[in-house]
Design a protein around this ligand. Sequence first.
Ligand code: ATP
Ligand code: NI
Length: 333
Amino acid sequence: MSSGDCDPIIEVENLKVYFYTYAGVVKAIEDVSFRICRGETYCLVGETGCGKSVTSRALTRLIYPPGRIVEGKIYYYPEPGKRVDIMSLSVKELRRLRGEEIAYIFQDPSAALDPLYTIGYQVGETMLAHERVTSLKEGVRRAVGVLKTVLMPDPEKRVKSYPHELSGGMKQRGVIGISLSNRPKLLIADEPTTALDVTIQAQIMDLLTELKKRHGLTLLLITHNLGLVAEYCDRVAVMYAGNIVEEAPVEELFKNPLHPYTRALIKAVPNPLARIDNLEHIPGTVPNLIKPPPGCRFHPRCPLAFDRCSRERPLLKEYSPGHKASCWALEKG
Ligand SMILES: Nc1ncnc2c1ncn2[C@@H]1O[C@H](COP(=O)(O)OP(=O)(O)OP(=O)(O)O)[C@@H](O)[C@H]1O
Ligand code: NI
């Protein structure tokens, strides 16, 4: 998809998120800009600690002290041409936005579920909280239907199950059901399958793909699994130490990676179905974000670095339609 035919559902400009800790100010997200087009699956990929989760949480201002969104514009478009300025919403409006318009699912489904209540109760309660039903009783009754849409095995029985009675995969189906019961338009899935067995991972990803098609959802997928990126994403942003260093349509990224970090990432994982927990092929480690390297944050690890890289921070520049990267070496030709 080229940038020209993008009908954005969310747009982020110059996002900056800092954490004010006793050890110092953690400059977690610096100058991040991107847009997600309605209906696509957009991926954020990168090593642990590079800022994927913080970026996705900042979209609905889910950042708590000591963290703070220091700068940035965030716009949500519930429909084409209708713009909501998320930075200026009240707490009450934000609460409505989260859930009804933009929903999250996380890595650990157990953490999202209350161990004291049945799945059916929790689906019903969410629907009631967002006024999709007028009574809890009606919500619980509708829960069976919700569990059917997420292909929960034996939904009539499972609706009465407590979280500990369900497998990891079933729990994640339950969480997805709860998330979707309010018909959000944008679903943010942060490592949704990382905690699950490989076979279950595929089932959950296929379910998300199916639900996306059926409900016209837009999906933001956060992962460090390049295999999932290759298989499920339309466009990808590669993050490194709080910056987006490259963005491209998925085939283009794998065929023609421009940024030295992306190249190293792809080389480190010749088989994209493997995980990228540690990048032994890239010397050095992810920098301390209290004192990030000046200039390009990747320069201390970069094989192509030259003097300019430690002085000036490169900005994302478009090299071919929809393919952007931030690297001074690319400027040298
Ligand atoms: N509460 C906090 N206090 C201080 N620093 C934080 C806090 N939360 C996040 N950070 C910092 O923000 C940076 C980005 O973290 P984030 O969780 O977004 O990374 P990630 O890419 O999602 O990693 P992972 O793959 O491990 O989930 C990290 O350097 C982290 O240390
Ligand atoms: Ni994360």
